[in-house]
Design a protein around this ligand. Structure first.
Ligand code: FE
Length: 378
């Protein structure tokens, strides 16, 4: 037996953002609109969504300035604003950070205490305010998943928290909103999506439906990331990336992830690497570490990436390394200034994430350190 969950409704396609008004009106009357620092203003997407909401008679309270890697303090502040302003709906607009923040804010507007309590394991026992997430990147798939990654700034630790209550009521994945991403962001978010697809395919939590979605996502991301990176206005590539990212999100929302998604959290929290960039750097190392446990699945990943049904697990790793080269993201950590003394803490904290529990091969602290040392050598 297995279960499979998704957002209430997902709107996918060119112009899907136009659904925001009518969907919001279905969910509430006064929305907290959560966005990041700058990009939304520059591209006009925040103004466009605000107008759609107002036209649908939904009042808008803006909560802007969510940092990349949203802080627990930001989430608590957002929840306080939602409560003080009488919001009955939360809308996240942007990449993973604002959408994750929106999810946690919607939850904390109803739960007591600080989001820190829940990062530390307090049970989430009820639904939050209704949530609509609108993605402007093709990577995190936070519009699809029930996960929020939050930074505990006091301890410099990032935590992924999830709950079956945390699926959005409405998810909007509109490739048009991804056209303005610059190449480096396209690369990082695309490699995050690829890592979701590969890790959920290899996960011990994988099921037939999640694997069907994950392997298709591997193929779509492999086929479309180079063109989306090289030519941002290539609509076919942008649509392929948006679809691949969404399918990967549907897979990992249910199957879970793996060791990459543990190891990257402390690298982000302590060394400022962006989530997607760090995922790409470590993916080949973790694939090799997992090889003995999931040789067959890695062959299938290789087949999806190369189109060659006879591909080996080594071919899969080589294909990921070629993709990294194509989008100018280094493999490993050789160019990141990580002091030797920091390595044991990175290895230890990298195992804290729930994602590590569904990695196909069990990993000890020594193995975690050995893998990171190898990545550090490059
Ligand atoms: Fe991720």
């Amino acid at each position: 037996m297995h279960e499979f969950r998704l957002p209430g409704v997902t709107h996918f396609g060119w112009g899907a953002v136009e659904k925001a008004g009518e969907e919001a009106a279905r969910l509430g009357r006064r929305a907290l609109l959560v966005t990041g620092r700058s990009a939304m203003k520059e591209t006009g997407v925040a103004d466009r969504v605000t107008k759609l909401l107002l036209d649908a008679s939904v009042a808008v309270v803006l909560f802007t300035g969510v940092e990349s890697d949203p802080r627990a303090g930001t989430v608590d502040r957002g929840a306080a604003v939602a409560t003080a302003e009488g919001c009955d709906l939360v809308i996240g607009l942007g990449g993973g950070s604002p959408m994750d923040a929106a999810r946690a804010i919607a939850a904390m507007a109803v739960l007591e205490g600080s989001v820190l309590d829940y990062l530390r394991g307090k049970p989430i026992d009820r639904p939050g305010l209704p949530l609509m997430n609108i993605a402007t990147t093709a990577g995190t798939a936070s519009e699809i998943t029930p996960v929020a990654v939050i930074l505990d700034e006091g301890r410099a630790l990032k935590f992924g928290v999830k709950s079956p209550y945390w699926f959005a009521k409405v998810a909007i994945t509109d490739p048009e909103l991804t056209l303005s991403m610059l190449p480096a962001l396209t690369a990082a978010t695309g490699l995050d999506a690829l890592t979701h697809a590969v890790e959920s395919y290899l996960s011990t939590g994988a099921t037939p439906p999640s694997k069907a979605l994950a392997i298709r996502a591997v193929a779509m991301i492999g086929a479309n990331l180079p063109a989306a990176y090289a030519e941002g206005t290539n609509r076919t590539a942008r649509e392929g990336m948006a679809m691949g990212s969404m399918l990967a999100g549907m897979a990992f929302a249910n199957a879970g992830l793996g060791l990459v998604h543990g190891l990257v959290h402390p690298l982000g929290a302590r060394h400022g690497l962006s989530h997607g960039n760090a995922c790409g750097r470590l993916l080949p190392y973790v694939m090799r570490f997992n090889l003995a446990a999931v040789d067959q699945e890695l062959r299938e990943v290789g087949g999806a990436l190369t189109g060659d049904p006879a591909a080996t697990a080594e071919d899969a790793i080589a294909a990921v390394e070629r993709l990294l080269q194509t989008v100018n993201v280094p493999r490993g950590l050789a160019d990141v200034a990580i002091p030797e003394a920091d390595m044991p803490a990175l290895a230890r904290d990298g195992l804290l994430a729930g994602a590590v529990r569904t990695n196909p091969r069990q990993v000890s602290e020594e193995e975690s350190l050995a893998l990171l040392e190898e990545a550090r050598r490059g």
